[in-house]
Design a protein around this ligand. Structure first.
Ligand code: ADP
Ligand code: MG
Length: 601
Protein backbone atom coordinates (compact mmCIF):
# COMPACT_ATOMS: atom_id res chain seq x y z
CA UNK A 1 0.00 0.00 0.00
CA UNK A 2 1.21 3.44 -0.85
CA UNK A 3 -0.35 6.62 0.48
CA UNK A 4 -0.45 9.54 -1.94
CA UNK A 5 -1.84 13.04 -1.68
CA UNK A 6 -4.73 13.58 -4.09
CA UNK A 7 -4.32 16.36 -6.58
CA UNK A 8 -6.30 19.35 -5.33
CA UNK A 9 -8.66 19.17 -8.28
CA UNK A 10 -9.46 15.52 -7.67
CA UNK A 11 -10.07 16.11 -3.99
CA UNK A 12 -12.34 18.99 -4.88
CA UNK A 13 -14.39 16.80 -7.22
CA UNK A 14 -14.91 14.26 -4.46
CA UNK A 15 -15.92 16.93 -1.97
CA UNK A 16 -18.22 18.51 -4.54
CA UNK A 17 -20.07 15.25 -5.00
CA UNK A 18 -21.11 15.37 -1.36
CA UNK A 19 -22.57 18.86 -1.57
CA UNK A 20 -24.07 18.72 -5.05
CA UNK A 21 -24.83 15.05 -5.52
CA UNK A 22 -27.79 15.83 -7.78
CA UNK A 23 -29.13 18.72 -9.86
CA UNK A 24 -31.58 19.75 -7.14
CA UNK A 25 -28.69 20.32 -4.73
CA UNK A 26 -26.91 22.67 -7.12
CA UNK A 27 -30.17 24.49 -7.76
CA UNK A 28 -30.73 24.89 -4.06
CA UNK A 29 -27.34 26.52 -3.63
CA UNK A 30 -27.98 28.84 -6.56
CA UNK A 31 -31.43 29.86 -5.35
CA UNK A 32 -29.99 30.59 -1.93
CA UNK A 33 -27.28 32.74 -3.44
CA UNK A 34 -29.86 34.71 -5.42
CA UNK A 35 -31.97 35.30 -2.33
CA UNK A 36 -28.88 36.21 -0.32
CA UNK A 37 -28.15 38.77 -3.05
CA UNK A 38 -31.55 40.33 -2.42
CA UNK A 39 -33.20 39.22 -5.67
CA UNK A 40 -36.92 39.92 -6.09
CA UNK A 41 -37.21 37.97 -9.32
CA UNK A 42 -35.59 34.61 -10.01
CA UNK A 43 -35.99 32.60 -13.20
CA UNK A 44 -34.92 29.00 -13.30
CA UNK A 45 -34.70 27.23 -16.67
CA UNK A 46 -33.83 23.58 -16.89
CA UNK A 47 -33.16 21.05 -19.58
CA UNK A 48 -33.53 17.35 -18.88
CA UNK A 49 -34.27 17.90 -15.23
CA UNK A 50 -31.10 19.94 -14.87
CA UNK A 51 -28.84 17.08 -15.93
CA UNK A 52 -28.11 18.75 -19.24
CA UNK A 53 -28.40 22.42 -18.33
CA UNK A 54 -29.44 24.70 -15.47
CA UNK A 55 -29.82 28.44 -16.03
CA UNK A 56 -30.63 30.73 -13.17
CA UNK A 57 -31.15 34.47 -13.60
CA UNK A 58 -31.70 36.89 -10.77
CA UNK A 59 -32.08 40.64 -10.35
CA UNK A 60 -30.06 40.72 -7.13
CA UNK A 61 -27.01 42.77 -6.22
CA UNK A 62 -24.75 41.29 -8.89
CA UNK A 63 -20.98 41.19 -8.46
CA UNK A 64 -18.17 43.53 -9.38
CA UNK A 65 -15.61 41.92 -11.76
CA UNK A 66 -13.03 41.42 -8.99
CA UNK A 67 -15.61 39.55 -6.87
CA UNK A 68 -16.83 37.51 -9.82
CA UNK A 69 -13.29 36.40 -10.53
CA UNK A 70 -12.81 34.89 -7.10
CA UNK A 71 -16.31 33.76 -6.13
CA UNK A 72 -15.61 30.30 -7.56
CA UNK A 73 -12.57 29.74 -5.39
CA UNK A 74 -12.92 27.63 -2.26
CA UNK A 75 -13.76 29.43 0.97
CA UNK A 76 -14.66 32.62 -0.80
CA UNK A 77 -17.68 34.23 0.73
CA UNK A 78 -18.93 37.75 1.28
CA UNK A 79 -21.14 36.61 4.13
CA UNK A 80 -18.87 36.03 7.12
CA UNK A 81 -15.33 36.97 8.04
CA UNK A 82 -14.87 34.99 11.25
CA UNK A 83 -16.53 31.92 12.69
CA UNK A 84 -18.00 33.99 15.56
CA UNK A 85 -20.39 35.57 13.10
CA UNK A 86 -22.03 32.20 12.53
CA UNK A 87 -24.31 32.68 15.54
CA UNK A 88 -25.91 35.77 14.12
CA UNK A 89 -25.85 34.96 10.43
CA UNK A 90 -29.01 35.74 8.50
CA UNK A 91 -27.98 34.59 5.03
CA UNK A 92 -28.39 31.06 3.69
CA UNK A 93 -24.77 30.70 2.66
CA UNK A 94 -21.57 31.25 4.56
CA UNK A 95 -19.28 28.32 3.74
CA UNK A 96 -18.09 29.75 0.47
CA UNK A 97 -18.19 26.25 -0.93
CA UNK A 98 -21.12 26.00 -3.29
CA UNK A 99 -19.83 27.75 -6.37
CA UNK A 100 -16.42 26.13 -5.93
CA UNK A 101 -18.04 22.70 -5.78
CA UNK A 102 -20.35 23.27 -8.71
CA UNK A 103 -17.67 24.57 -11.06
CA UNK A 104 -15.39 21.66 -10.27
CA UNK A 105 -17.95 19.17 -11.60
CA UNK A 106 -19.67 21.14 -14.40
CA UNK A 107 -19.01 23.68 -17.11
CA UNK A 108 -20.10 27.06 -15.77
CA UNK A 109 -20.79 30.45 -17.29
CA UNK A 110 -21.33 33.43 -15.01
CA UNK A 111 -22.65 36.78 -16.19
CA UNK A 112 -23.04 39.48 -13.59
CA UNK A 113 -23.33 43.23 -13.15
CA UNK A 114 -23.72 45.30 -10.01
CA UNK A 115 -26.14 48.24 -9.87
CA UNK A 116 -23.49 50.96 -9.99
CA UNK A 117 -21.80 49.75 -13.14
CA UNK A 118 -22.71 50.12 -16.81
CA UNK A 119 -21.14 46.92 -17.98
CA UNK A 120 -21.05 43.42 -16.72
CA UNK A 121 -18.55 40.61 -16.91
CA UNK A 122 -18.92 37.13 -18.35
CA UNK A 123 -16.70 34.30 -17.17
CA UNK A 124 -16.50 30.76 -18.51
CA UNK A 125 -15.07 28.07 -16.28
CA UNK A 126 -13.99 24.50 -16.73
CA UNK A 127 -12.55 22.22 -14.08
CA UNK A 128 -12.78 25.06 -11.63
CA UNK A 129 -10.66 27.53 -13.61
CA UNK A 130 -11.58 30.54 -15.70
CA UNK A 131 -11.00 29.80 -19.40
CA UNK A 132 -12.71 32.86 -20.96
CA UNK A 133 -13.50 36.29 -19.72
CA UNK A 134 -15.19 39.22 -21.41
CA UNK A 135 -16.99 42.47 -20.75
CA UNK A 136 -20.65 42.34 -21.72
CA UNK A 137 -23.74 44.51 -21.62
CA UNK A 138 -26.35 43.00 -19.28
CA UNK A 139 -28.99 43.75 -16.67
CA UNK A 140 -28.12 44.26 -13.02
CA UNK A 141 -28.01 40.89 -11.35
CA UNK A 142 -26.50 37.51 -12.03
CA UNK A 143 -27.01 34.69 -14.51
CA UNK A 144 -25.33 31.36 -13.97
CA UNK A 145 -25.41 28.60 -16.58
CA UNK A 146 -24.40 25.11 -15.56
CA UNK A 147 -23.82 22.66 -18.39
CA UNK A 148 -23.32 18.94 -18.19
CA UNK A 149 -23.29 18.32 -14.49
CA UNK A 150 -20.69 15.66 -13.58
CA UNK A 151 -19.35 15.56 -17.14
CA UNK A 152 -15.87 15.05 -15.66
CA UNK A 153 -16.92 12.65 -12.88
CA UNK A 154 -18.43 9.68 -14.74
CA UNK A 155 -18.81 7.69 -11.53
CA UNK A 156 -21.19 10.34 -10.17
CA UNK A 157 -22.97 10.90 -13.43
CA UNK A 158 -23.85 7.23 -13.51
CA UNK A 159 -25.67 7.59 -10.21
CA UNK A 160 -27.94 10.36 -11.35
CA UNK A 161 -31.47 9.04 -11.32
CA UNK A 162 -34.01 9.13 -14.12
CA UNK A 163 -35.12 12.56 -15.21
CA UNK A 164 -38.47 11.99 -13.51
CA UNK A 165 -36.86 11.39 -10.15
CA UNK A 166 -34.53 14.36 -10.48
CA UNK A 167 -37.39 16.51 -11.70
CA UNK A 168 -39.51 15.59 -8.67
CA UNK A 169 -36.71 16.64 -6.36
CA UNK A 170 -36.45 19.94 -8.19
CA UNK A 171 -40.19 20.55 -8.13
CA UNK A 172 -40.32 20.07 -4.37
CA UNK A 173 -37.38 22.34 -3.90
CA UNK A 174 -38.82 25.02 -6.13
CA UNK A 175 -42.15 24.91 -4.31
CA UNK A 176 -40.42 25.16 -0.96
CA UNK A 177 -38.48 28.25 -2.01
CA UNK A 178 -41.53 29.85 -3.56
CA UNK A 179 -43.59 29.14 -0.43
CA UNK A 180 -41.02 30.56 1.90
CA UNK A 181 -40.52 33.73 -0.15
CA UNK A 182 -43.94 34.81 -1.29
CA UNK A 183 -42.77 38.35 -2.02
CA UNK A 184 -40.31 37.10 -4.65
CA UNK A 185 -41.30 36.46 -8.26
CA UNK A 186 -40.32 32.90 -9.15
CA UNK A 187 -40.44 31.36 -12.62
CA UNK A 188 -39.68 27.75 -13.42
CA UNK A 189 -39.18 26.55 -16.99
CA UNK A 190 -38.47 23.04 -18.13
CA UNK A 191 -37.34 22.17 -21.65
CA UNK A 192 -38.46 25.63 -22.70
CA UNK A 193 -42.00 25.56 -21.40
CA UNK A 194 -43.10 27.54 -18.37
CA UNK A 195 -44.09 25.24 -15.54
CA UNK A 196 -44.73 27.87 -12.87
CA UNK A 197 -44.92 31.62 -12.99
CA UNK A 198 -45.46 32.99 -9.51
CA UNK A 199 -45.51 36.78 -9.26
CA UNK A 200 -45.15 38.19 -5.75
CA UNK A 201 -48.21 37.73 -3.53
CA UNK A 202 -49.23 39.02 -0.13
CA UNK A 203 -50.46 35.83 1.47
CA UNK A 204 -49.48 32.22 1.78
CA UNK A 205 -52.85 31.13 0.50
CA UNK A 206 -52.31 32.96 -2.77
CA UNK A 207 -48.92 31.37 -3.15
CA UNK A 208 -50.45 27.99 -2.46
CA UNK A 209 -52.96 28.71 -5.21
CA UNK A 210 -50.10 29.47 -7.63
CA UNK A 211 -48.28 26.26 -6.88
CA UNK A 212 -50.75 23.51 -6.14
CA UNK A 213 -53.92 21.81 -7.25
CA UNK A 214 -56.80 24.30 -6.69
CA UNK A 215 -58.39 21.81 -4.28
CA UNK A 216 -55.60 22.48 -1.80
CA UNK A 217 -55.97 26.25 -1.66
CA UNK A 218 -59.73 25.93 -1.58
CA UNK A 219 -59.68 23.63 1.40
CA UNK A 220 -56.93 25.41 3.29
CA UNK A 221 -57.05 27.35 6.49
CA UNK A 222 -54.39 29.58 7.89
CA UNK A 223 -53.37 30.01 11.46
CA UNK A 224 -51.74 33.13 12.74
CA UNK A 225 -48.38 33.03 14.50
CA UNK A 226 -48.79 31.77 18.05
CA UNK A 227 -46.09 31.25 20.58
CA UNK A 228 -45.75 28.33 22.99
CA UNK A 229 -42.63 27.50 24.99
CA UNK A 230 -40.48 29.79 22.91
CA UNK A 231 -41.62 28.28 19.61
CA UNK A 232 -43.59 30.49 17.26
CA UNK A 233 -45.71 28.53 14.83
CA UNK A 234 -47.74 29.63 11.86
CA UNK A 235 -49.06 27.82 8.89
CA UNK A 236 -51.56 26.92 6.26
CA UNK A 237 -53.17 23.52 6.30
CA UNK A 238 -55.88 21.61 4.56
CA UNK A 239 -59.16 20.81 6.30
CA UNK A 240 -61.00 17.52 6.63
CA UNK A 241 -62.15 17.94 3.03
CA UNK A 242 -58.78 17.23 1.49
CA UNK A 243 -56.64 14.12 1.72
CA UNK A 244 -53.91 12.47 -0.27
CA UNK A 245 -52.08 9.19 -0.07
CA UNK A 246 -48.59 10.58 0.49
CA UNK A 247 -46.71 13.10 2.59
CA UNK A 248 -45.72 15.04 -0.52
CA UNK A 249 -47.89 18.01 0.40
CA UNK A 250 -46.07 18.73 3.66
CA UNK A 251 -43.53 21.54 3.91
CA UNK A 252 -41.74 22.61 7.05
CA UNK A 253 -39.63 25.69 7.55
CA UNK A 254 -37.46 26.24 10.57
CA UNK A 255 -36.20 29.77 10.98
CA UNK A 256 -37.01 30.30 7.32
CA UNK A 257 -35.15 27.29 6.05
CA UNK A 258 -36.90 24.42 4.37
CA UNK A 259 -36.20 21.25 6.32
CA UNK A 260 -37.11 17.63 5.85
CA UNK A 261 -37.91 15.94 9.08
CA UNK A 262 -39.95 12.83 9.55
CA UNK A 263 -40.75 13.60 13.18
CA UNK A 264 -42.26 16.95 12.29
CA UNK A 265 -44.44 15.30 9.65
CA UNK A 266 -45.55 12.72 12.19
CA UNK A 267 -46.39 15.38 14.74
CA UNK A 268 -48.50 17.14 12.17
CA UNK A 269 -50.31 13.98 11.11
CA UNK A 270 -51.07 13.32 14.77
CA UNK A 271 -53.00 16.57 14.86
CA UNK A 272 -55.28 15.09 12.18
CA UNK A 273 -56.21 12.07 14.30
CA UNK A 274 -59.96 11.55 13.95
CA UNK A 275 -59.99 14.06 11.09
CA UNK A 276 -58.49 12.02 8.29
CA UNK A 277 -58.68 8.26 8.00
CA UNK A 278 -55.39 6.52 8.67
CA UNK A 279 -53.13 6.29 5.66
CA UNK A 280 -54.36 9.63 4.33
CA UNK A 281 -52.37 12.81 4.61
CA UNK A 282 -53.13 16.50 4.48
CA UNK A 283 -51.18 19.22 2.73
CA UNK A 284 -49.61 21.80 5.02
CA UNK A 285 -47.03 24.50 5.17
CA UNK A 286 -45.73 25.03 8.67
CA UNK A 287 -43.24 27.67 9.75
CA UNK A 288 -41.44 27.44 13.04
CA UNK A 289 -39.37 30.19 14.52
CA UNK A 290 -37.29 29.47 17.56
CA UNK A 291 -34.12 30.53 19.28
CA UNK A 292 -31.30 29.64 16.84
CA UNK A 293 -29.31 28.14 19.70
CA UNK A 294 -32.00 25.52 20.31
CA UNK A 295 -31.89 24.18 16.78
CA UNK A 296 -29.11 22.99 14.53
CA UNK A 297 -29.87 23.28 10.83
CA UNK A 298 -26.28 23.00 9.76
CA UNK A 299 -25.82 19.41 10.85
CA UNK A 300 -25.39 18.42 7.23
CA UNK A 301 -23.52 20.29 4.49
CA UNK A 302 -26.68 20.23 2.40
CA UNK A 303 -28.50 21.90 5.28
CA UNK A 304 -31.70 19.95 4.84
CA UNK A 305 -31.83 18.05 8.05
CA UNK A 306 -32.54 19.62 11.37
CA UNK A 307 -31.90 18.73 14.97
CA UNK A 308 -33.77 20.25 17.89
CA UNK A 309 -32.52 20.58 21.39
CA UNK A 310 -35.99 19.63 22.63
CA UNK A 311 -37.70 17.72 19.84
CA UNK A 312 -40.69 16.65 21.98
CA UNK A 313 -41.59 20.23 22.79
CA UNK A 314 -41.50 21.17 19.13
CA UNK A 315 -43.55 18.15 18.11
CA UNK A 316 -46.25 18.66 20.68
CA UNK A 317 -46.50 22.33 19.78
CA UNK A 318 -47.19 21.31 16.17
CA UNK A 319 -49.74 18.66 17.08
CA UNK A 320 -51.58 21.03 19.40
CA UNK A 321 -51.61 23.92 16.93
CA UNK A 322 -52.95 21.71 14.14
CA UNK A 323 -55.62 20.19 16.34
CA UNK A 324 -56.81 23.54 17.66
CA UNK A 325 -56.85 25.12 14.22
CA UNK A 326 -58.96 22.32 12.77
CA UNK A 327 -61.37 22.33 15.71
CA UNK A 328 -61.85 26.06 15.53
CA UNK A 329 -62.37 25.93 11.83
CA UNK A 330 -65.16 23.43 12.19
CA UNK A 331 -66.72 25.50 14.96
CA UNK A 332 -66.84 28.44 12.61
CA UNK A 333 -68.36 26.35 9.86
CA UNK A 334 -71.00 25.08 12.21
CA UNK A 335 -71.88 28.44 13.60
CA UNK A 336 -75.43 28.99 12.65
CA UNK A 337 -76.35 32.51 13.65
CA UNK A 338 -78.79 33.59 11.03
CA UNK A 339 -79.35 36.69 8.98
CA UNK A 340 -82.84 36.42 7.56
CA UNK A 341 -83.53 37.05 3.96
CA UNK A 342 -87.13 38.35 3.62
CA UNK A 343 -88.49 35.67 1.29
CA UNK A 344 -86.99 33.00 3.48
CA UNK A 345 -88.91 34.35 6.41
CA UNK A 346 -92.16 33.90 4.54
CA UNK A 347 -91.31 30.37 3.78
CA UNK A 348 -90.49 29.76 7.35
CA UNK A 349 -93.87 30.98 8.49
CA UNK A 350 -95.53 28.69 6.04
CA UNK A 351 -93.72 25.75 7.50
CA UNK A 352 -94.41 26.63 11.07
CA UNK A 353 -98.15 26.83 10.51
CA UNK A 354 -99.64 23.95 12.45
CA UNK A 355 -102.50 23.29 10.01
CA UNK A 356 -100.57 23.25 6.81
CA UNK A 357 -101.04 19.78 5.39
CA UNK A 358 -97.98 17.74 4.52
CA UNK A 359 -96.80 18.56 1.03
CA UNK A 360 -97.82 15.88 -1.44
CA UNK A 361 -94.27 15.00 -2.44
CA UNK A 362 -92.04 13.92 0.34
CA UNK A 363 -88.95 15.04 -1.46
CA UNK A 364 -90.24 18.51 -1.70
CA UNK A 365 -90.55 18.68 2.00
CA UNK A 366 -87.12 17.28 2.53
CA UNK A 367 -85.32 19.84 0.52
CA UNK A 368 -87.57 22.83 1.04
CA UNK A 369 -85.63 25.63 2.71
CA UNK A 370 -86.20 26.07 6.36
CA UNK A 371 -84.72 28.74 8.51
CA UNK A 372 -83.65 28.67 12.08
CA UNK A 373 -86.05 30.62 14.27
CA UNK A 374 -84.52 33.85 15.38
CA UNK A 375 -84.82 33.20 19.09
CA UNK A 376 -82.32 30.39 19.02
CA UNK A 377 -79.65 32.11 17.02
CA UNK A 378 -76.56 32.55 19.13
CA UNK A 379 -75.39 35.80 17.72
CA UNK A 380 -73.26 38.05 19.86
CA UNK A 381 -71.90 36.13 22.81
CA UNK A 382 -70.68 33.17 20.80
CA UNK A 383 -69.15 35.35 18.16
CA UNK A 384 -67.21 37.11 20.87
CA UNK A 385 -65.92 33.96 22.48
CA UNK A 386 -65.01 32.40 19.23
CA UNK A 387 -62.98 35.37 18.25
CA UNK A 388 -61.03 35.08 21.43
CA UNK A 389 -60.42 31.41 20.96
CA UNK A 390 -59.41 31.61 17.37
CA UNK A 391 -57.00 34.44 17.82
CA UNK A 392 -55.27 34.20 21.14
CA UNK A 393 -52.51 36.35 19.74
CA UNK A 394 -54.52 38.60 17.59
CA UNK A 395 -52.03 41.41 17.76
CA UNK A 396 -49.43 39.31 16.02
CA UNK A 397 -51.94 37.82 13.62
CA UNK A 398 -51.07 38.04 9.98
CA UNK A 399 -53.29 40.09 7.78
CA UNK A 400 -54.35 37.03 5.98
CA UNK A 401 -55.69 35.31 9.03
CA UNK A 402 -57.58 38.41 10.03
CA UNK A 403 -59.07 38.73 6.62
CA UNK A 404 -60.11 35.12 6.68
CA UNK A 405 -61.88 35.62 9.93
CA UNK A 406 -63.58 38.80 8.89
CA UNK A 407 -65.28 37.10 5.96
CA UNK A 408 -66.42 34.15 8.08
CA UNK A 409 -70.17 34.29 7.64
CA UNK A 410 -72.91 32.79 9.73
CA UNK A 411 -74.64 29.76 8.28
CA UNK A 412 -78.28 29.24 7.47
CA UNK A 413 -79.82 25.91 8.32
CA UNK A 414 -81.59 24.83 5.15
CA UNK A 415 -83.00 21.72 6.70
CA UNK A 416 -82.79 17.98 6.42
CA UNK A 417 -82.18 16.05 3.26
CA UNK A 418 -83.57 12.53 3.11
CA UNK A 419 -84.12 12.77 6.86
CA UNK A 420 -80.44 11.96 7.15
CA UNK A 421 -78.27 14.95 6.33
CA UNK A 422 -78.48 18.42 7.75
CA UNK A 423 -77.74 21.09 5.19
CA UNK A 424 -76.13 24.29 6.31
CA UNK A 425 -75.77 27.09 3.83
CA UNK A 426 -72.52 29.00 4.15
CA UNK A 427 -71.35 32.03 2.26
CA UNK A 428 -68.67 29.98 0.52
CA UNK A 429 -70.37 26.63 0.16
CA UNK A 430 -72.68 24.01 1.51
CA UNK A 431 -72.00 22.18 4.70
CA UNK A 432 -73.49 18.70 5.03
CA UNK A 433 -73.74 16.89 8.32
CA UNK A 434 -74.57 13.22 8.73
CA UNK A 435 -77.02 13.33 11.62
CA UNK A 436 -76.33 9.81 12.84
CA UNK A 437 -72.54 10.03 12.66
CA UNK A 438 -72.57 13.45 14.31
CA UNK A 439 -74.89 12.39 17.10
CA UNK A 440 -72.92 9.21 17.67
CA UNK A 441 -69.79 11.25 18.21
CA UNK A 442 -71.57 13.66 20.52
CA UNK A 443 -72.91 10.87 22.70
CA UNK A 444 -69.59 9.07 22.71
CA UNK A 445 -67.77 12.15 23.91
CA UNK A 446 -70.43 12.76 26.52
CA UNK A 447 -70.11 9.22 27.83
CA UNK A 448 -66.38 9.60 28.05
CA UNK A 449 -66.75 12.79 30.03
CA UNK A 450 -69.47 11.67 32.37
CA UNK A 451 -67.50 8.66 33.36
CA UNK A 452 -69.27 6.83 36.19
CA UNK A 453 -71.85 9.55 36.38
CA UNK A 454 -74.42 8.85 33.69
CA UNK A 455 -77.99 9.72 34.68
CA UNK A 456 -79.76 6.38 34.87
CA UNK A 457 -83.29 5.19 35.11
CA UNK A 458 -84.23 2.13 37.12
CA UNK A 459 -86.44 -0.25 35.28
CA UNK A 460 -89.70 -1.05 36.97
CA UNK A 461 -89.59 -4.53 35.54
CA UNK A 462 -86.00 -5.65 35.10
CA UNK A 463 -85.35 -7.01 31.66
CA UNK A 464 -83.81 -10.47 31.57
CA UNK A 465 -81.31 -11.76 29.04
CA UNK A 466 -80.40 -15.39 28.56
CA UNK A 467 -76.82 -16.33 27.73
CA UNK A 468 -74.99 -19.63 27.90
CA UNK A 469 -72.98 -20.58 30.95
CA UNK A 470 -69.64 -20.27 29.25
CA UNK A 471 -70.37 -16.74 28.10
CA UNK A 472 -71.65 -15.91 31.55
CA UNK A 473 -68.34 -16.95 33.08
CA UNK A 474 -66.51 -14.72 30.61
CA UNK A 475 -68.76 -11.77 31.14
CA UNK A 476 -69.24 -11.84 34.87
CA UNK A 477 -65.85 -10.43 35.88
CA UNK A 478 -66.47 -7.42 33.64
CA UNK A 479 -69.99 -6.43 34.58
CA UNK A 480 -68.63 -3.39 36.40
CA UNK A 481 -67.71 -1.97 32.98
CA UNK A 482 -71.41 -1.80 32.14
CA UNK A 483 -72.11 -0.15 35.44
CA UNK A 484 -69.58 2.57 34.79
CA UNK A 485 -71.50 3.38 31.64
CA UNK A 486 -74.83 3.46 33.44
CA UNK A 487 -76.06 -0.02 32.61
CA UNK A 488 -76.77 -1.99 35.78
CA UNK A 489 -76.67 -5.71 35.02
CA UNK A 490 -76.74 -8.53 37.58
CA UNK A 491 -76.64 -12.28 37.16
CA UNK A 492 -79.74 -13.93 38.53
CA UNK A 493 -78.78 -17.51 37.70
CA UNK A 494 -75.92 -19.27 35.91
CA UNK A 495 -77.39 -18.41 32.53
CA UNK A 496 -79.57 -15.36 33.08
CA UNK A 497 -78.83 -11.70 33.56
CA UNK A 498 -81.18 -9.02 34.80
CA UNK A 499 -80.88 -5.49 33.47
CA UNK A 500 -81.97 -3.29 36.32
CA UNK A 501 -81.18 0.20 35.12
CA UNK A 502 -80.11 1.93 31.92
CA UNK A 503 -78.93 5.40 31.01
CA UNK A 504 -81.85 7.81 30.73
CA UNK A 505 -81.24 8.57 27.06
CA UNK A 506 -81.31 4.89 26.25
CA UNK A 507 -85.09 4.79 26.41
CA UNK A 508 -86.29 1.66 24.70
CA UNK A 509 -83.11 0.54 23.05
CA UNK A 510 -82.60 -3.19 23.44
CA UNK A 511 -79.65 -4.00 25.65
CA UNK A 512 -79.43 -7.65 24.60
CA UNK A 513 -77.49 -6.75 21.52
CA UNK A 514 -74.92 -4.77 23.47
CA UNK A 515 -74.43 -7.66 25.86
CA UNK A 516 -73.86 -10.10 22.99
CA UNK A 517 -71.38 -7.70 21.41
CA UNK A 518 -69.56 -7.36 24.70
CA UNK A 519 -69.15 -11.13 24.92
CA UNK A 520 -67.67 -11.28 21.44
CA UNK A 521 -65.26 -8.41 22.20
CA UNK A 522 -64.08 -10.17 25.31
CA UNK A 523 -63.46 -13.28 23.23
CA UNK A 524 -61.52 -11.47 20.56
CA UNK A 525 -59.54 -9.10 22.75
CA UNK A 526 -56.56 -11.22 23.61
CA UNK A 527 -54.40 -8.65 25.29
CA UNK A 528 -52.96 -9.72 28.60
CA UNK A 529 -52.42 -6.17 29.73
CA UNK A 530 -55.49 -5.49 31.84
CA UNK A 531 -55.30 -1.76 31.38
CA UNK A 532 -55.40 -2.12 27.58
CA UNK A 533 -58.20 -4.62 27.86
CA UNK A 534 -60.21 -2.29 30.02
CA UNK A 535 -59.61 0.62 27.68
CA UNK A 536 -60.46 -1.26 24.51
CA UNK A 537 -63.63 -2.79 25.88
CA UNK A 538 -64.79 0.49 27.40
CA UNK A 539 -64.22 2.36 24.16
CA UNK A 540 -66.15 -0.21 22.22
CA UNK A 541 -68.94 -0.24 24.74
CA UNK A 542 -69.24 3.52 24.56
CA UNK A 543 -69.18 3.48 20.77
CA UNK A 544 -71.86 0.81 20.71
CA UNK A 545 -74.05 2.65 23.17
CA UNK A 546 -73.60 5.85 21.23
CA UNK A 547 -74.58 4.05 18.05
CA UNK A 548 -77.69 2.56 19.65
CA UNK A 549 -78.84 5.75 21.28
CA UNK A 550 -78.01 8.13 18.44
CA UNK A 551 -80.53 9.65 16.08
CA UNK A 552 -80.83 7.30 13.13
CA UNK A 553 -80.56 8.04 9.47
CA UNK A 554 -84.16 8.49 8.38
CA UNK A 555 -85.32 10.09 11.63
CA UNK A 556 -87.26 13.23 10.97
CA UNK A 557 -85.91 16.04 13.15
CA UNK A 558 -87.57 19.18 14.41
CA UNK A 559 -85.80 22.48 13.91
CA UNK A 560 -85.00 22.51 17.60
CA UNK A 561 -83.45 19.06 17.40
CA UNK A 562 -81.32 20.06 14.43
CA UNK A 563 -80.23 23.19 16.24
CA UNK A 564 -79.33 21.20 19.32
CA UNK A 565 -77.32 18.76 17.27
CA UNK A 566 -75.34 21.54 15.64
CA UNK A 567 -74.80 23.27 18.96
CA UNK A 568 -73.55 20.05 20.56
CA UNK A 569 -71.32 19.22 17.65
CA UNK A 570 -69.79 22.64 17.94
CA UNK A 571 -68.56 22.02 21.46
CA UNK A 572 -67.30 18.45 21.53
CA UNK A 573 -63.89 16.99 20.78
CA UNK A 574 -63.00 14.78 17.82
CA UNK A 575 -66.02 16.00 15.94
CA UNK A 576 -64.72 15.24 12.49
CA UNK A 577 -65.48 11.56 12.65
CA UNK A 578 -67.91 9.24 14.39
CA UNK A 579 -66.43 6.72 16.84
CA UNK A 580 -66.18 4.19 14.00
CA UNK A 581 -64.17 6.59 11.89
CA UNK A 582 -66.81 7.75 9.42
CA UNK A 583 -66.83 11.48 8.72
CA UNK A 584 -69.51 13.52 10.46
CA UNK A 585 -69.54 16.36 7.99
CA UNK A 586 -68.57 17.36 4.53
CA UNK A 587 -68.07 20.75 2.97
CA UNK A 588 -68.93 21.34 -0.66
CA UNK A 589 -67.33 24.63 -1.58
CA UNK A 590 -69.12 27.03 -3.86
CA UNK A 591 -66.05 27.01 -6.07
CA UNK A 592 -66.25 23.28 -6.51
CA UNK A 593 -69.94 23.52 -7.26
CA UNK A 594 -69.43 26.26 -9.80
CA UNK A 595 -66.72 24.30 -11.49
CA UNK A 596 -69.00 21.28 -11.71
CA UNK A 597 -71.64 23.40 -13.43
CA UNK A 598 -69.00 25.00 -15.64
CA UNK A 599 -69.85 28.43 -14.37
CA UNK A 600 -66.19 28.71 -13.54
CA UNK A 601 -63.10 27.08 -14.89
P1 ADP B 1 -21.59 31.35 0.16
O1 ADP B 1 -22.97 31.53 -0.37
O2 ADP B 1 -21.50 30.31 1.20
O3 ADP B 1 -20.96 32.64 0.52
P2 ADP B 1 -21.00 30.51 -2.52
O4 ADP B 1 -19.92 29.69 -3.07
O5 ADP B 1 -22.40 30.03 -2.69
O6 ADP B 1 -20.68 30.74 -1.00
O7 ADP B 1 -20.89 31.96 -3.13
C1 ADP B 1 -19.69 32.69 -2.96
C2 ADP B 1 -19.95 34.18 -3.04
O8 ADP B 1 -20.34 34.55 -4.35
C3 ADP B 1 -21.09 34.65 -2.17
O9 ADP B 1 -20.65 34.89 -0.84
C4 ADP B 1 -21.55 35.91 -2.87
O10 ADP B 1 -20.77 37.02 -2.48
C5 ADP B 1 -21.22 35.63 -4.34
N1 ADP B 1 -22.44 35.22 -5.08
C6 ADP B 1 -22.79 33.99 -5.44
N2 ADP B 1 -23.94 33.98 -6.14
C7 ADP B 1 -24.35 35.25 -6.24
C8 ADP B 1 -25.47 35.92 -6.86
N3 ADP B 1 -26.44 35.22 -7.47
N4 ADP B 1 -25.52 37.27 -6.77
C9 ADP B 1 -24.57 37.96 -6.15
N5 ADP B 1 -23.49 37.40 -5.55
C10 ADP B 1 -23.36 36.08 -5.59
MG1 MG C 1 -24.05 30.12 -1.33
Amino acid sequence: MKIITLALQEAQKIAAGEVVERPANSIKELLENSLDAGATKITLSLFEAGKKQIIITDNGSGMAPEDAQICFKRHTTSKIKTIDQLETITTFGFRGEALASICSVAKVTLTTKPQNSDQGIELTLENGTIIHEKIVGCQTGTTIIIDDLFYNVPARKKFLKSSTTEWNHILNLFKAFALDNSSVHFILKHNESVVYNCPPVGTMKERVRQLFDPKIAENSITFAPTETNGITLSGTLTTQNYARYDRGGLFFFVNSRWVKNYQLANALTKGYLNVLPSGRYPAAIISLTLDPTSVDINVHPKKEEVQFLKPRTVESAITAAVKTTLEQHLSRQLKRTVAFAPQQQEQQEEFRHPFIPMPPFENFQEIAPKVVPEEISLQEPVEQNQTEQIMPHQKTATEEAQKQQAVEQPGILIGQYRNTYLLLEKQDGLFLIDQHAAHERILYEQFSKRFNDVPIIELLFPHTVEINQHDMSLLEPHLHLFKEQGIVVEPISTDRLAIKATPVFFKNEPIDDIIQKMISWIKETNTINSEDFYKTITERLRAQMACKAAIKAGDRLSNEAMEQLLADLETINNRFTCPHGRPTSWFLSLNELERKFKRKL
